[in-house]
Every structure is written in C-alpha cells, then in structure tokens.
Design a binder for this molecule. Structure first.
Ligand code: FE2
Length: 403
C-alpha cells in the first residue's frame, strides 16, 4: 500500500519537469484526495479522482485491443480518492484509495482531455470544425474529383473534411450510370433505406405544356423532417441534364439561424425551445410523424440541427398560447432569411456530378426551369455518423504515418 494513502493531503512537487514535450511543473493532491491539480503548458488543471479512475487506461479497466471499458461505474468505490501522485518519463502515476490501485496517465492525453476550463457558452455556439457561409462562397464551392477520392485516402480525407466544414460538397467526373450514387455513399458510409426505397428517382420532363407543373422551383428545405431520427446525409446524383435552368441551390441553415439570432434573439430562443411538428402520410401504410424543434440546440447551447420544410410542416400544438404569435413571427423571419439570395449558393449538376449535403444543417432547393428538355437525378439517404467516422479514421491514419 502506498504510504501516502493515510495522508491524502500530501503534495508532490515536480519542479521544472519536462515529459514528452509536455511542460509540467507541479502536481498537487487536492484536499481529501478528491482530485489533483496540475500545471501543464502554463495552465492549472484540476481533475476529479472519480473521473481519473473511470478513465484509467490500464488493461483491467479498458480492453487494450478495442479500447472498450471493461468495468461499470459500480465497480469503482464511491469514495474513490487519490492517495499518491508521482511523475516519471512523461507519465503521471496515481494511486487510488481504497483500491490501492496504481495507474499511469499519458500527460498529452490528460492535456487533450482537460475539462477544467471556461465552458459557459452562448446559445447557438458551433462545433469547432463548422464554418458558416453565405453567397460569398459561390466562387469557391467545395468540390472533389470522383476518381481521386475513390483512389487516394488523402483526397477522400480532404473532400470529407470540407463536407464536414461547410455541410455540403460536390463531386465531379463520376460515372454516368444508374446506381452510381451508391458508389459515392460507399466512400464514407451506408445507405439509409426508407419507405421510398434504397434510392428515389427525380425525373423531370420539361416542355411548354407542362412547364408550369413540373419545372417549378422549390423553397429551400431539409428533407424528411417527419422522421426521427432524420436521415442526416442526402446524395443527389445527376444522370441527365438537358433542360435549361433547374440549378441546385443550397443555404447554410446554421448561418440562417444565427442571422435570426442576431436580428431577433427572442425569436431564435422561441424556435429552439419549442417543438414543431412534421408529418407525411402521402402513401398507403405510411404515417410518419416527428416532434422536434426547427432550430435544435444541445443542452449546453450548441447549434446541432435545423429542420425546415413547409411541405411537411404539421399543425403546431406544442407552443404555449402566449408565445404562438412570437413563434410565427420568428418562423416567418427565418423563412425570409432562407429565401434571401444573399444566403444562397447555386450550381448546376452535369451528368456524372453529384452533391452530398448534411441534411441536419444545409437546406437544398431546385431553381425553376426556363427551357425544354429532360433532367434525371437519383437520390438516396445516408448518415453522417459513418461520414465522420471515415474522416476521423483517415485523419488518425495520416497522423500515424506522419509520426
Ligand atoms: Fe429535398
């Protein structure tokens, strides 16, 4: 047993210690052994004993092969405390009472997982990888080359990272063949099959007699907000495009929500605090319904999702009477912002080209046609967990190769 277990106030000073590039000058056991306080890279960071024990990297706590935790919280004594702390060769060795267990922590890992920092953020904050945009992005639409991203991990990583940053990206020079969209999904994930099938056809014949009916533009929207969970990625792949017009248009829903917040914080708050309702029952045997906010925030205020689709909006019944007028004002203004040309980026899809969109963030639409001809696209859904997983795995591979 470590002799310091009986004296949890013991402090261990390590003056001027340098381990593996981490400058660590001092480690101190907090009163009662409740945690430690360390100075690393000029920052004073505290860690709780229970957090450290729960995140112990030893083989009895985590499987060294797959990294999965082998114990539950109930396997850790509720009165866990730190009884000893030493540093050796870039590793912080801690001893836990009452288990008498000693565990080593990599200092870089501790620094990168520190939580003793300012965490009070304003509602609507964005994940660090997200960059909002508006019409000024037009000359620099994110785009990848099908052959390059199919063959080279570095090209795929670059394309997926811009897709994650902007919420959409084009892919060019792909095959002009039915089902080619599945080859795009195979690059990063898996198709989400729905009641519309594994994929859906978007065929438009434009001629003077039906122009008014099939060539109309559509307001920018997110797809299928009546599903819960909603499909988080959509792929639209062009196979024929001889009609003039019909350009695709995208709007950054996060940029639109934050513009609403700037103009009308109360309206932003109202749309994020109350659930809208969405439904689709357009075919036999289908009655899809979801109750979710148009602007979705995580409990700590992070802006995580947008749902906006006038065609599938159902009657709003979850907004208090006293707030309904404010809700409608905010909903109207959000729609005006989304329709503002200053927010949109447009592009034309030629055969063999597609675009992939984060359906929880970026709204898409089709401009009206102005001539005659045909347009044929195939669409399908996928999910962004696979996309982010592929991106993170590629980034880890590249980092390993660089080390
Ligand atoms: Fe759509």
């Amino acid at each position: 047993m470590d002799e310091s277990q009986d004296n949890p106030r013991l402090s261990t000073d390590i003056s001027g210690f340098q381990g593996d590039g981490i400058d660590m000058t001092q480690v101190e056991i907090l009163p009662g052994g409740d945690g430690i306080s360390v100075e690393m890279q000029g920052r004073r960071l505290r860690f709780h004993a229970i957090w450290l024990r729960d995140n112990a990297p030893d083989e009895a706590t985590r499987n060294p092969g797959n990294g999965q935790r082998l114990i539950t919280l109930s396997d850790i004594p509720a009165d866990t405390r730190i009884s000893g702390a030493t540093v050796n060769g870039g590793v912080l060795h801690l001893t836990f009472a009452p288990e008498g267990k000693s565990v080593g922590y990599d200092l870089e890992w501790l620094l990168s997982h520190a939580y003793d920092r300012e965490q009070n953020r304003m509602p609507g904050w964005l994940a660090p990888h997200v960059e909002t945009w508006h019409a000024a992005l037009q000359p620099a639409i994110p785009v990848g080359d099908f052959a390059a991203v199919s063959k080279h991990g570095s090209a795929l990583r670059t394309w997926l990272s811009v897709l994650a940053r902007y919420g959409f990206a084009k892919l060019e020079n792909g095959p002009v063949e039915e089902g080619a969209l599945f080859k795009v999904v195979d690059l990063f994930g898996y198709v989400r099959e729905t009641n519309y099938g594994r994929h859906f056809e978007v065929r438009t014949e434009v001629n003077p007699t039906n122009l008014a009916y099939t060539g109309l533009g559509l307001q920018a929207h997110t797809d299928n907000p009546y599903r819960d969970p909603v499909p988080t990625v959509q792929v639209l792949y062009c196979l024929e495009s001889s009609a003039a017009g019909g350009e695709n248009m995208v709007v950054d829903g996060f940029a639109a929500a934050l513009r609403l917040k700037d103009e009308n914080p109360e309206g932003f708050d109202c749309l994020s605090r109350h659930c809208a309702r969405f439904e689709y029952a357009g075919s036999k045997g289908v009655a899809l319904r979801a109750r979710r906010p148009m602007i979705e925030l995580a409990p700590d205020g992070e802006l995580v999702a947008m749902r906006f689709n006038n065609r599938s909006a159902a009657a709003l019944t979850d907004i208090p009477y006293d707030e309904m007028a404010l809700y409608y004002d905010a909903y109207r203004r959000l729609g005006e912002i989304i329709d503002d040309p200053a927010m949109e980026v447009t592009f034309r899809l030629e055969p063999g080209e597609c675009f992939v969109v984060d359906n929880t963030r970026v709204l898409h639409a089709r401009k009206a046609y102005s001539g005659t001809g045909t347009r044929w696209l195939q669409g399908c859904y996928a999910d962004k967990d696979g996309l982010y997983s592929t991106l993170a795995a590629l980034e880890a591979e590249m980092q390993e190769a660089a080390e």
